[in-house]
Design a protein around this ligand. Structure first.
Ligand code: PEP
Ligand code: MN
Length: 337
């Protein structure tokens, strides 16, 4: 980082700043100009919280050079991360579509989505057994019973499953059933949960918080990576804006930005991103066109009866039609689906 000092400091005041920098194991390279002195702090500046230096009376400005996240950054690893799950490679040429109901409601209801999405070409089955609901009076999910229905659908269809873990206390049970752990938007900054999944050897999909910046999103991924688990999928699922036509504003520019800044696979969730089933196909196509490695899409056989997110759920026939269009876009981009 570059530390710009205020004009007119004494040698002793400059020395205090240098001492502080060196106390973090960094080298301080002094450059004394006619009007200003600047210090180049050389080494891993992440060790040095910039606020500490900015509160020194002689320091005018601190300009970080490195990104605050490391392990998940493209600077750290140039090649794309490819995550292997049950023989599927996520983050490579093939685009993966994870589809299924918002919530697991019954054994049959899961199958009514799982069978047709598999037929249409989805490679993973999604479904929530532990649901993060805005209202405490809304359906909260079936818990372990729901996980067993997902496992049953996996047996029937062969589709690996992805499901959300809400709380570190549920981690054991969710871990036993699922192939990919999902951390939802509301938990993107649940640092205890991130730390716990970081200790596991199971892929994690981390969804962007609804008011998280891209930097905050990547720092949350860094929490997981820094504990050892590097199998992380990032998922853009829309952010809160002033727009009311949609449930969220799907930030598609996040896709190429995340691909530039990070080596991790990036997915798009057009269902939560829009809150409207009619907008899911165009935004799914746009997500792939923007460079996403996969999609998370809600599908329900009877959206009008769904216990959560019916208005944004595609019926199986609409999903199958979307898969055909996605194939064309994927092929045009030199990818597969
Ligand atoms: C979900 O995928 O079921 C979900 C609750 O999404 P989000 O965390 O993005 O709201
Ligand atoms: Mn949902």
């Amino acid at each position: 980082m570059i530390v710009v000092l205020k004009p007119g400091l004494t040698q002793e005041e400059i020395h205090k700043v240098v001492e502080r920098i060196e106390s973090f194991g960094l080298r301080a390279h002094l450059s004394e100009g006619k009007e200003r002195t600047i210090i180049g702090a050389i080494g891993d500046e992440r060790l040095l919280a910039d606020q500490t230096l900015e509160s020194f009376p002689g320091v005018e400005k601190v300009l970080p050079i490195l990104k605050p996240y490391k392990l998940v950054s493209r600077e750290f690893q140039r090649a794309n991360t490819i995550i292997e799950v049950n023989g599927h490679k996520i983050g490579g040429k093939k685009i993966h579509v994870m589809a299924g109901p918002c919530s697991v409601e019954s054994k049959n209801q899961v199958l009514e989505s799982a069978v047709p999405v598999k037929e249409a070409g989805a490679t993973f089955l999604r479904g929530g057994a532990f649901k993060p609901r805005t209202s405490p009076y809304s359906f909260q999910g079936l818990g372990e019973e729901g996980l067993s229905y997902l496992a049953h659908a996996r047996e029937v269809t062969g589709l690996p499953i992805i499901t959300e873990v809400l709380d570190p206390r549920d981690l054991d049970v969710v871990y036993r059933y699922t192939d990919i752990l999902q951390i939802g938007a509301r938990n993107m900054q649940n640092f205890k949960l991130l730390t716990e999944v970081g200790k596991l050897n199971k892929p994690v999909m981390l969804k962007r918080g609804m008011s998280a910046t891209i930097q905050e999103f990547l720092l949350s991924a860094e929490y997981i990576a820094s504990e050892g688990n590097r199998k992380i999928i990032l998922c853009e699922r829309g952010i809160r804006t002033y727009e009311t036509e949609t449930r969220n504003t799907l930030d598609l520019s996040a896709v190429p930005i995340l691909k530039q800044l990070s080596h991790l696979p990036v997915f798009v969730d057009p269902s939560h991103g829009t809150g409207r089933w009619d907008l899911v196909p165009p935004m799914a196509l746009a997500g792939i066109a923007a460079g996403a490695d996969g999609l998370l899409i809600e599908v329900h056989s009877h959206p009008e009866l769904a216990l959560s997110d019916g208005p944004q759920s595609l019926k199986p026939d609409k999903f199958a039609a979307l898969m055909k269009d996605l194939k064309k876009v994927a092929e045009a981009l030199g990818r597969e689906i």
